[in-house]
Design a protein around this ligand. Structure first.
Ligand code: GLV
Ligand code: MN
Ligand code: MN
Length: 422
């Protein structure tokens, strides 16, 4: 990279444009929430998702980026490089949200990527390699669990067909929702699934409190902890709540409660590093005066240490079985992602850009998973975090300051350029 190149691109990053786009995107699926907050509910592969993607495409085309889509529905915006035959540098994140999500999770990384390539183009810079901005399909897993199906398909972590039979709450298959989206976007140029990028960088709000508490402007992410997701199905028998003696019941809710209690003991961690969450429970027949014949609950278990992730995760099924008094249980693992460490090539580019711009930074791991996790095996990968208010995320009150958003985009622009010229 020649002297002066990055500062021009950095100067061309527009805080106002980025903020305005974030707010405009926040209207698509936006809803009013208590306390005057504005949340977003934009499920993947939905009409809202497509509206948001069309808006993104309109901005990208206006700045001269070319637009393509792969068979997994991942959307790419490309700023051409001097040598189109070289592997591109990739950046991006996701545009889908949690059902009660905020205006920054995911979409920030896509819009920061667009802002970065727009700034580079505005500064009249043509990097050696192309830079591509990607909007990954279904990162959140809010409509179709697990999440990260677009990036897992892209890198070959899982074959695309693995996700075909996932169903949403309305019984719509993933394959059908994807086909509908591909049909609606059939005017876009197609590209094959996957390639090995020269490097991948993802910008994201931190979703935790450390940057704010430690008053740092940029997080240089060192890696991502591992995650395992399970679905537990407890089956008993429905009976009359007023007449059936307790000893004769096969009450699925009671055995589920015993199982969750036992799992809390298995997952006990005095250091508070381990993360264990039961957050979705479905009961049948779901009526207050009938004993439940079926209870289904989810487990989200995370740990940065692979050995702990494997040992305690592998113990879940046995603990659940041992907790059953009168029902039967099945435990299905639906997501398994080991902890990853990011490459110095990528983390170094982020740290160097923050330093060159006089921004304070902190090296930290990510507790949330991200599409970046699945890029690690295929190319040098890193992430940039920006502070978010109170560390709150997956909630309508999620907020990042305009200046923080712009700081992240400036660091991204400079780090992308240095990687694209290497
Ligand atoms: C991603 O949204 C996660 O749950 O970490
Ligand atoms: Mn996210
Ligand atoms: Mn999220």
């Amino acid at each position: 990279m020649s002297a002066g190149v990055a500062p021009n691109a950095v100067a061309a990053v527009s805080e106002g444009r980025l903020w305005q786009r974030l707010m405009e995107m926040g209207e698509i699926g936006g809803f009013e929430f208590e306390g005057g907050h504005k949340g977003v509910n934009r499920p993947c592969l939905s009409a809202l998702d497509r509206t948001a993607r069309r808006l993104l495409i309109s901005w990208a085309e206006k700045m001269g980026a070319s637009v393509t889509i792969d068979p997994a529905g991942n959307l790419f915006l490309r700023l051409e490089g001097e040598d189109p035959s070289l592997p591109a540098v990739l950046t991006g994140s996701h545009m889908d949200s949690q059902p009660q999500g905020g205006r920054f999770d995911g979409i920030y990384g896509v819009l920061a990527g667009l802002e970065a390539i727009e700034a580079i183009a505005t500064a009249g810079i043509r990097p050696k390699r192309a830079i591509e901005v990607v909007a990954w399909t279904n990162e959140e897993g809010g409509r179709y669990a697990p999440g990260c199906t677009g990036s897992m398909s892209f890198t070959g972590f899982k074959p695309m067909s693995e996700f075909d039979d996932l169903v949403d709450r309305d019984g719509i298959r993933y394959a059908d929702a994807l086909a509908e989206q591909m049909e609606a976007e059939s005017d876009l140029a197609k590209r094959p699934l996957g390639y090995a990028p020269h490097a991948y960088l993802e910008a994201h709000i931190e979703q935790g409190p450390r940057l704010e508490v430690e008053r740092k402007e940029i997080g240089v992410v060192t890696g991502i902890q591992g995650s395992r997701w399970f679905t537990v199905t407890v089956e008993g028998r429905s009976d009359h709540a007023g007449t059936t003696p307790l000893a004769l019941r096969r009450d699925a809710v009671q055995d589920m409660v015993r199982a969750i209690g036992a799992l809390n003991q298995l997952m006990h961690d005095p250091d508070d590093v381990l993360r264990f969450t039961v957050a979705s429970i479905k009961v049948e027949p779901d009526t207050s005066n009938s004993v439940a014949n079926k209870a289904v609950f989810t487990i989200d278990f995370r740990h940065p240490d692979k050995a702990v992730l494997l040992a305690r995760g592998d113990a879940i099924a046995g603990v659940v079985q041992a907790a059953m008094r009168s029902c039967t249980a099945t435990v299905h693992e639906r997501f398994h992602a080991l902890p990853v460490d990011f490459a110095e090539t990528a983390t170094g580019a982020v740290a160097a850009a923050a330093q060159a711009q006089g921004l304070s930074s902190l090296a930290l791991p990510s507790g949330a998973f991200h599409d970046a996790q699945f890029l690690v095996p295929v190319c040098p990968t890193g992430m940039i975090f920006i502070p978010c208010r109170g560390g709150v995320s997956h909630h309508p009150s999620e907020h990042a300051e305009p200046v923080a958003c712009a700081n992240g985009a400036r660091v991204l622009a400079q780090a992308l350029l240095s990687l694209a010229n290497s």
